[in-house]
Design a protein around this ligand. Sequence first.
Ligand code: P6P
Length: 319
Amino acid sequence: MTQTLKQWLATATSSPELAWVVDTVAGACAEIAAVLRLAPLAGQTGLAGATNVQGEAQKQLDVISNDIFVRHLRANAAVSILVSEELDEALHLNDEGGFMVACDPLDGSSNLDVNVTVGTIFSILAVDPKAPDLLQPGTRQLAAGYAAYGPATSLVLSFGDKVATFAIDASGQFALVEDGVSVPSASAEYAINTARARFWDQATSAYVAENVAGETGVAGKRYNMRWIGSMVADIHRILMRGGIFLYPLDSETASKGGRLRLLYEANPMAFLIEAAGGRATTGPQRILEVQPTSIHQRVPVILGSAEEVARVQAHYQRL
Ligand code: P6P
């Protein structure tokens, strides 16, 4: 008999309240999945006519997904704070809750109108509701995960010790698929937006050049390149079959600190990748040890198969 998410949660954490928060997040993701399935017919894949704090044009579904998250989390008394990509400031939800959720309600939404896999990314931390510390390093996460809205609706989740995957079944509930995913340490697949090559630093350029040289160079094997433009989709592939994802600091993103956001993109993905045996770095530093300075802080992200990330780190150490 396949375990449901609720059944798995009952033994996966010693905190019933933390399990409740994860189950609430999963419920929000299941509702977002249902909305996405019908969005093209509902005319919801277009722009909302507003921009978020990142200065990015919001899609209608960015706003709808954020509203779904707010509604579900406000109904869970254990959640006191929500930090969202779509909200300028942290949102206070409940007075007594001991948890904060940081989320990107709909990552990769620029892919919605072409029906490419998008996702929700979330991170859960403990806070004192009377004096919530919003700026905790990723090592303090209690749980993290993402939902991938693709051919199947997957939920990938960790409490730090292992990574489990779930999928929505015929009844609309998340059911366990795999309880213990490992990222292969070696890979011959990398993900980077090569249109940005002219902005790259030496470490990134040297690593990619080695991969392009394939069996004729120091890497000694042929590489393949994949870039979906949806972080959840690229990371899910890497979790399932290995690889490396790179959105490094470059001369164009340097002034902002990078492209991807620390609290609700880099940290949760780094938490998952490390729990699955991979590595996650900014280049010079382990992502989970970055001390946040603001809730929408951006960082460089290089993560995935340990051997590949180690090769990139070696180039940074030579800089
Ligand atoms: P680029 C989507 O907007 C996103 O935040 C990630 O999901 C994705 O990996 C990245 O940006 C894509 O960036 O520069 O290729 O458009």
